[in-house]
Design a protein around this ligand. Structure first.
Ligand SMILES: O=P(O)(O)OC[C@H]1O[C@H](OP(=O)(O)OP(=O)(O)O)[C@H](O)[C@@H]1O
Ligand SMILES: O=c1cc[nH]c(=O)[nH]1
Ligand SMILES: [Mg+2]
Length: 208
């Protein structure tokens, strides 16, 4: 499985800010969105380009243009929405395929409750976004769903990944490319990532 831990100074700085216990809802939202942009920049590095001729101010010239497949961004509700604006800043024409999954607090199993996917998933690169990869259950269930709907080219962007979730994703879907701002130490008894961010959904939505 392709795994990229993005160690750009801006990414490291922003993920550090995100870990502060006293962070405000506003700051958390702002940073999650900015990190969404920075991970998108990294994850689109391998997009193909083609040479096209255009008329410039000084006559005809050749320029590069992104070629080939289009994109659908797949936020996993709720917390994935926190990265969406930042991702769309760089991919403004992308279709959005929403997947609603929450993690049962007792069993840690993913519970799907909604989805509305782009119709032509076989034609698109799917970029799944969720701040947290913990056990991996939610992301694996999302990739299962996308593949059932004919998606073939899938990338995932997460802010923090636990080694347990990376291993589970590698086992279930070795063809998925994973981009993360941080690989953390592991999970606690309740399935929270350490040092992690705490509950990303609650921090983004102000529900605790
Ligand atoms: O890797 P996993 O063990 O599946 O855990 C990660 C999932 O848990 C969190 O969502 P949560 O269930 O808290 O839902 P929310 O976004 O609605 O808060 C997080 O945003 C991931 O979707
Ligand atoms: O650490 C974690 C694990 C799952 N979901 C979160 O929001 N945080
Ligand atoms: Mg949550």
């Amino acid at each position: 499985m392709k795994l990229v831990e993005v160690n750009h100074p801006l990414v490291q700085h922003k993920i550090g800010l995100l870990r502060a216990a006293d962070i405000s809802t506003r700051q958390f939202r702002q940073l999650a969105s900015e990190l969404g942009s920075l991970l998108t920049y990294e994850a689109t590095k391998d997009f193909d380009t083609e040479t096209v001729s255009i008329e410039s101010w000084n006559g005809p010239i050749e320029v590069q243009r992104i070629q080939g497949k289009k994109v659908t961004v797949v936020p996993i509700l709720r917390a994935g929405l926190g990265m969406l604006d930042g991702v769309l800043e760089l991919l403004p024409s992308a279709r959005i395929s929403v997947v609603g999954i929450y993690r049962d607090e007792e069993t840690l199993q993913p519970v799907p409750y909604f989805n509305k996917l782009a119709a032509d998933l076989d034609q698109r690169i799917a970029i799944v976004i969720d701040p947290m990869l913990a056990t991996g259950g939610s992301l694996i269930a999302t990739v299962d769903l996308l593949k059932q709907h004919a998606a073939k080219h899938i990338k995932a962007l997460v802010l923090v990944a636990a080694p347990e979730g990376i291993a589970a994703l590698q086992k279930a879907h070795p063809d998925v490319a994973l981009y993360t701002a941080a690989i953390d130490d592991g999970l606690n008894q309740q399935g929270y990532i350490l040092p992690g961010l705490g509950d990303a959904g609650d921090k983004l939505f102000g529900t605790k």
